[in-house]
Design a binder for this molecule. Sequence first.
Ligand SMILES: Nc1ncnc2c1ncn2[C@@H]1O[C@H](COP(=O)(O)OP(=O)(O)OP(=O)(O)O)[C@@H](O)[C@H]1O
Ligand SMILES: [Mg+2]
Length: 364
Amino acid sequence: MYFDPVPKTRREDLFGREDELRQFQRVLQYTPLIIITGLRRTGKTSFLNVALAESGAPHIRVDLRGLPVNPSRKQIIQKLQKAFNSVQGKWKSRIQRALEKVRGVKVLGAEISLAWEKDQLDLVDLFERIDAWTGKQNSRFIVAFDEFQHIRGDRNVIRILAYIMDNLQHIAVVVTGSEVGLLYDFLKLDSPGSVLYGRHHTEIRMRRFTSDEANEFLRKGFEQVGIQVSEDTLTYAVDKLDGIVGWLTEFGAHCRDCGRANQVVVDETMDLAGRQARDEITRLVAHSKRYGVILNYLANVGTASWSQLKRVLEAHEGRQLPSYVINEVLKRLTKMSIIGHTNNQYQIMDPLLRHGIFREPLPQ
Ligand SMILES: Nc1ncnc2c1ncn2[C@@H]1O[C@H](COP(=O)(O)OP(=O)(O)OP(=O)(O)O)[C@@H](O)[C@H]1O
Ligand SMILES: [Mg+2]
């Protein structure tokens, strides 16, 4: 069902990602690294879930959400442990057998326990065993990290990744990220001298749906839950919610809860989802009041040029600011995928985030 608000896990519930699924399956045969990018709520986790399930390959999915800005090794290992313990039934005991000889790994009944300390658990050894085991199955093991940029404080992770990509042919790494610039900064694929420099990788982007696709998604979704919807409501919803599948789903889920679909429910969804989107970025933008100033302004006016934004910041601070200050603020917001620009016109990427900030400005 399309309007189920949790991340999808089954292909029949995933709308409109056939090309991307085919691409995933094709490149999985040879690429060492697949990068899944997209704004918040564009369906990265859903796509990853379905792509992993459809691949038929043994895999783990490490969910890195909820970690603090600079997570400790212990917190990262705990996430890894959780991922190993959530492996599909048919692979679980075989993986456990492959890993039980690794130093720092204990198999206790049906559960794997990983030691936290660096000198206790050798992660390279762990992945080597997995590689050797998968090689015998004539398959590839997929190690997927959801929201990978969350662990960017730990460069050691990148070294392990480089080792896997260079030496372990039977392991494919998949990462997702909504803060796309930060994700690429962490991977440093384009920086000479970095361990991952120049490595082959494939990016799969979770694009927004076109108006026609969004319309079809809603129409089919309403059919599935047996709710009548008018053309006007569909057009209004597509216009307001844009092609972001998470917001469309949230609208559908609201309609399902209240048993009707009309423009009032679209407006309510915008308010709720807008607040949610605003709350999610509040932590990201908390460490500089300048982010608040820029975003509040953009939420009001829609789009603005670099010089306009410079003037706004200067007016707020009551002094002239050097260009690099403005550049730095705009660069950070862009790297977090909060704003984007074309032809020197900056705007907030997600219309509902804009709505949320418009209704309740950020601290500045
Ligand atoms: N292709 C799709 N078809 C149907 N529903 C989808 C699709 N993609 C995502 N959804 C729905 O949209 C919502 C957001 O999806 P999901 O959590 O997968 O996105 P995300 O990009 O991982 O979001 P976040 O940035 O919050 O991690 C969920 O309710 C999910 O069920
Ligand atoms: Mg997600």
